[in-house]
Design a protein around this ligand. Structure first.
Ligand code: 5AD
Ligand code: SF4
Length: 433
């Protein structure tokens, strides 16, 4: 979502005549699009502001803009800590980025121009600032936000406080944006929402997420649609049935379970049990055997005992996810979990994290190895960053595929390849002559 918001801001600035530079050290204006989900992400931003401030002291530039969730979370505190920051702009206000930047530039020579632009936009009717957003970096794939914000209030999560309540974009606007992306050659769309299943409930008249998907599929001339993120309590068989029956909907479901312990799930305010989650996975796999399922897990939530953690491990073992993002619990002030007294010591969190990561890596490797010999469809994205003799892309299940360069294959093509070797993070494939 931050990537999408960054591209939206870039487009708005470009429309006003601003230009990209290759290297941040050459920039007159730097916008930091920040994340508040975990402390580590925020620490990186502090380091970056420090570096930019040092350049500013010697050369007078750059203008420093902090955007994204950290801007919303810290508000004036950020200014107190870093008086060099010129604009603090929360996720609900990015449509004003260009005019605010122009204001700052006009006043810049007159000295300090710090200003903040905060708060949520609740009335988004007619908002079309990112319509037709063009992903200038990777023209082959693009994100499209369909619902912003979240009101689930999982007890560890800062998102509802920084991104505000759920607001669906009108479907007409989404369809226009996708059509324009398609005209510009985009082959794969990833629809974004913190809790995408409840898309459209707040619209008048309401529309469901599967209904939105059907409308998107009906647009001609594009190949692939994915979406993230689903919430287990709101994901129904109807969605999986639709995915199984529609070629354009990729067989990929990202459904975070967070913890395998009912006691912890309750404290997390997740509103499902481990049994309910496992049953859903079982039925989804029955409906759609080729479905790739990935998840998010948090270890070290306050009060997580060894037994609770073992239950999480047991679920990872039983479900056999295609891959999993495993996070160390991070205290976010203002959330309910942050107030809990019984914090898990860091050394235990680190141990549980690396153990679970090792287990999932083993499972991912085993699953990738089991694919050896299979034919897969890959959307080619371009040269591999680590090996320029190879091309890379994604399979329908969203696995990374790499293969040797070939004169007839170029970025944007969808090709059929054979998996030669399943590795821990990718599939090494061969183009069949
Ligand atoms: N600490 C650690 N991980 C978190 N996540 C959200 N909040 C926290 C936190 N306070 C994780 C969840 C979520 C993913 C995007 O980030 O697993 O699904
Ligand atoms: Fe955060 Fe996701 Fe829970 Fe919403 S559903 S509060 S974004 S973890």
């Amino acid at each position: 979502m931050n990537e999408y918001d960054s591209l939206a801001m870039r487009q708005l600035l470009q429309e006003k005549g601003f230009e990209d530079v290759e290297n941040m050290d050459e920039a007159d204006i730097v916008i930091l699009e920040t994340c508040s989900v975990r402390q580590k992400a925020e620490d990186k931003v502090f380091g970056m502001i420090g570096k930019l401030s040092a350049r500013r002291r010697t050369t007078g530039l750059p203008v420093i803009i902090v955007a994204g969730c950290m801007a919303e979370r810290m508000k004036q505190d950020l200014l107190k800590k870093f008086p060099q920051v010129d604009i603090i702009i929360g996720p609900g206000h990015i449509q004003y980025i260009a005019e605010k930047t122009q204001d700052v530039l006009q006043n810049f020579s007159a000295g300090k121009t710090a200003m903040s632009v905060l708060g949520f936009e609740t009335d988004r009717a007619g908002e079309t600032y990112h319509k037709g957003l063009y992903n200038g970096i990777k023209e082959i794939k693009a994100f499209v936000t369909v619902i912003r914000g979240c009101a689930n209030y999982c007890s560890y999560c800062i998102v509802p406080y920084v991104r505000g309540p759920e607001q669906s974009r009108p479907y007409e606007e989404i369809l226009t944006e996708i059509s324009e992306l398609m005209e510009r050659g985009v082959k794969e769309i990833t629809l974004l929402g913190q809790n995408i299943n409840i898309y459209g409930k707040d619209l008048d008249p309401p529309i469901s997420f599967p209904e939105l998907l059907k409308k998107i599929i009906a647009i001609d001339s594009f190949d692939r649609v994915r979406f993230v993120t689903t919430h287990p309590k709101d994901t129904r068989a109807e969605l999986i049935e639709l995915m199984a029956g529609e070629e354009k909907l990729m067989p990929y479901l990202h459904m975070p379970f967070q913890s395998g312990s009912d006691r912890i799930l309750k404290k997390m305010n997740r509103k499902y049990t481990r049994e309910e989650y496992m049953k859903k996975i079982e039925s989804f796999r029955k409906i759609y055997p080729g479905l790739s399922i990935t998840t998010d897990i948090i270890v070290g939530f306050p009060g997580e005992s060894e037994e609770d953690y073992e239950q999480t491990k047991d679920m990872v073992q039983k479900i056999q996810f295609d891959s999993a993002f495993i996070f160390k619990y991070s205290d976010r002030s203002g959330t309910r979990a942050a107030e809990e007294k019984e914090k898990v010591p860091e050394s235990i969190i680190v141990r549980r994290h690396s153990e679970l990561l090792a287990l999932q890596n083993e499972i991912t490797l085993k699953k990738n190895k089991a694919m050896e010999g299979q034919m897969v469809h890959v959307l080619v994205e371009g040269e591999s960053k680590t090996n320029p003799t190879r091309l890379t892309g994604r399979t329908e299940q969203n696995k990374i595929a790499v293969f040797e360069k070939n004169n007839t294959v170029k970025a944007g093509d969808i090709i059929k390849v054979k998996v030669a070797t399943g590795c821990s993070h990718s599939l090494y494939c061969k183009i069949l002559k």
